[in-house]
Design a protein around this ligand. Structure first.
Ligand code: CA
Length: 654
């Protein structure tokens, strides 16, 4: 009795102490064994829940429904950890946790470190990860890619797993699934290659897949539902709707690994789109139920701040969330052989965490590529000078940011549907394009005051920039051109589209394409089609054949880029010295020479010209005997004179 009273007093004191503690003073656990440690002989479960006074685990035979067949109390350990080791082989059992906080048992949750789960991520699952490996997984190797930090060698192709194969024209059997993107030899109705075979043929180096961790917005029991997936639930588990059986956690893991292995053996690397900046749920997220208010930033009034515009923002500046991000990323690299990460709304994360992540991941995989959105979708309480936003990009250790300056310089603002860009005849946008061409670095010929958004260089070097014309967000390029230039003919719009991609693929920094833009993919004018279903989003692969000349042109530009290091210079100093803009040109022309010889290119000198005007323009070339590298439409090289057709690009070399 006396013991019980003393115990209660102790517990009450602990509760009061914890309540008085600021969340950033919670004990930090340094071990790397949170979550499940499985062996056939026993399973150890550990969660971090420093404010809980009790914690329990519930086991189930099935992933949905039924009642728990076993409940056990976890034991409190130092540093806020609760742990239990259960003897016997628990393989394939499902489980949840509950914590007792302020006298109330919480809802059942999955712990954030879980590696497998059943349908819709409601229950975690004990799996033997070794048994999820497809045949030959031990020999799986990422295709060769420079082992130094040469992100500029990357030609990145952004793709949604379901979009890739769901359309009837894909010729894929397992439509919408991880395995569908692993099918080889698929064709559209005209005999053109689709899916994985197409990606190989196009020549890109990295396939950036939109989120494929377990997300919230698709009910995995309803095969027709669609979403991009920017609403994370279980960060360390693949999404169930892309698997053939979301109920069995083994299946989604094995099928994703099969996709990755197949990509690797076909010369392609995989980039994972990660969304650590917010969670789908806020108050009732797994994180917040286990440790209320710890993992998220708050406003002064105690409400959840919302720099993601999705209801909350996570706090990478809290030790245990930084640790979570880091361990999660390391896990994806080690367990799934991921080759790169794209950080959604990276401007929410703090610079110190991002650099810790970059340094840690490069020790494990030196060739990894890292990039993110250098902005937020709303205000954050964390000071801007601490956050990984675009203007601080020069402080990041080899993490690139997307160039919205270049993107909108090329085609007009994504937020103003009528606005045009350099490639669509708004010739005053030339300085923003030039800024992107030099990878947003310091260059003596850029007039920063005339750049659309950034008035100063922000990258430390070209590895710090992703140049692009479009991505999944806003309108896809072909639609943007049509919507902003309603009077242009289709033939004119095709040329503008090709010019836009010619600018991207010849620019310094890494190149980025969105799926299907290489053959004029349309989303029927629907922007931000995140929940608009397959009719809008599914890639119509027959376009590849009907728009074959655009496809072949973009494919040829990728080939030139990959063959010529002059387009992939390695430092801002090289670019400042060896990329020289031609002066005194007619309005609408951007032209520059690259000193190929200085960077080991077999093209000793390269000349690139873009005509943003819609009529042909003729100009004199620098001295020398120029040969055609890439020319199309009515452009003509004649001695020392080049005529660039309206809305066209030319590449020459000596
Ligand atoms: Ca899901």
């Amino acid at each position: 009795m006396q013991h019980a009273i003393l115990m209660m007093l102790f517990l009450l004191t602990s509760i009061v102490m914890i309540a008085q503690q600021k969340t950033d003073q919670y004990p930090v656990y340094k071990g790397n064994d949170l979550g499940l440690t499985y062996t056939p002989q026993s399973s150890t479960f550990k969660i971090w829940a420093p404010t809980a006074v009790a914690a329990r685990i519930n086991f189930y035979a099935t992933d949905l429904g039924g009642v728990s067949n076993r409940t056990a109390n976890l034991v409190k350990k130092p540093k806020g950890v609760w742990s239990i080791t259960i003897p016997g082989n628990l393989k394939n059992q499902y489980y949840t946790f509950q914590v007792l906080i302020n006298g109330v048992w919480s809802d059942e949750v999955i712990d954030p470190y879980a590696k497998a789960c059943g349908t819709n991520g409601f229950r975690a699952q004990v799996v033997n990860l070794k048994e999820t490996n497809p045949d030959g997984w031990a020999e799986d190797k990422s295709p060769n890619f420079s082992t130094t930090n040469r992100q500029t060698d990357a030609v990145i192709y952004e793709l949604h797993v379901r979009d890739a194969s769901i359309h009837a024209s894909s010729g894929v059997q397992q439509k919408g699934k991880f395995l569908g993107l692993a099918e080889l030899g698929t064709q559209n109705t005209k005999g053109g290659s689709t899916g994985l075979a197409h990606l190989k043929e196009l020549g890109v180096t990295h396939i950036h897949l939109l989120p494929f961790y377990d997300y919230n917005s698709v009910d995995e029991t309803k095969p027709d539902q669609y979403n991009w997936g920017y609403d994370p639930v279980n960060y360390n588990i693949p999404e169930g709707s892309y698997s053939t059986n979301p109920a069995d956690g083994n299946v989604r893991i094995k099928e994703l690994k099969t996709l990755i292995k197949t990509m690797h053996s076909n010369g392609l690397r995989i980039v994972m789109d990660v969304v650590y900046n917010h969670t789908a749920l806020t108050k009732n997220s797994n994180f917040n139920i286990l440790v209320p208010d710890y993992y998220y930033r708050k406003r002064a009034d105690g409400s959840f701040s919302d720099a993601s515009a999705c209801g909350n923002e996570t706090a990478s500046d809290q030790a245990m969330f930084q640790k979570f991000m880091l361990e999660s990323l390391v896990y994806w690299v080690k367990e799934y052989h991921i080759d790169g990460f794209r950080f959604d709304l990276m401007g929410i994360h703090d610079i110190q965490s991002m650099n810790l992540i970059a340094d840690t991941l490069r020790k494990i995989k030196p060739s990894i590529i890292l990039y993110g959105e250098g902005w937020t979708a709303g205000g954050s309480p964390l000071a801007e000078d601490k956050r990984a936003v675009k203007k601080n990009a020069y402080q990041l250790n080899g993490i690139a940011v997307f160039s919205d300056d270049m993107r909108d310089g090329i085609k007009g603002s994504v937020f103003n549907i009528d606005d045009r860009g350099f490639a669509t005849g708004k010739l005053d946008n030339d300085e923003s394009v030039k800024f992107g061409l030099v990878a947003a670095g310091k260059h003596p010929q850029i007039n920063y005051a005339k750049v659309n958004y950034s008035k100063a260089p922000y990258t430390a070097g070209p590895a710090g920039l992703i140049n692009y014309a479009d991505c999944h967000d806003n309108n896809i390029l072909w639609d943007k051109i049509a919507l902003s230039y309603k009077t242009a003919s289709e033939a004119e719009r095709v040329k503008m589209h090709e010019l836009a991609y010619a600018i991207v693929l010849t620019a310094q920094g890494a190149s980025f394409l969105t799926a299907g833009s290489e053959f004029l993919r349309s989303k029927n004018g629907v922007e931000n089609s995140f929940d608009k279903g397959d009719l809008v989003n599914g890639i119509n692969w027959d376009l590849k054949t009907s728009n074959a000349s655009t496809y072949q042109y973009i494919q040829s530009l990728i080939k030139i880029r990959k063959a010529h290091p002059a387009f992939r210079m390695q430092s801002a100093e090289q670019i400042a010295q060896y990329l020289v803009f031609q002066n005194s040109l007619p309005k609408g022309i951007i032209a520059y020479t690259l000193n190929g010889a200085a960077v080991g290119d077999k093209w000793k000198k390269i000349w690139v010209g873009f005509n943003g005007a819609q009529t042909p323009q003729t100009l004199s070339l620098p001295a020398g005997n120029w040969k055609v590298g890439s020319i199309n439409y009515q452009s003509v090289l004649k001695g020392n004179q080049i005529t660039i057709d309206g809305s066209a690009a030319v590449i020459l070399y000596q």
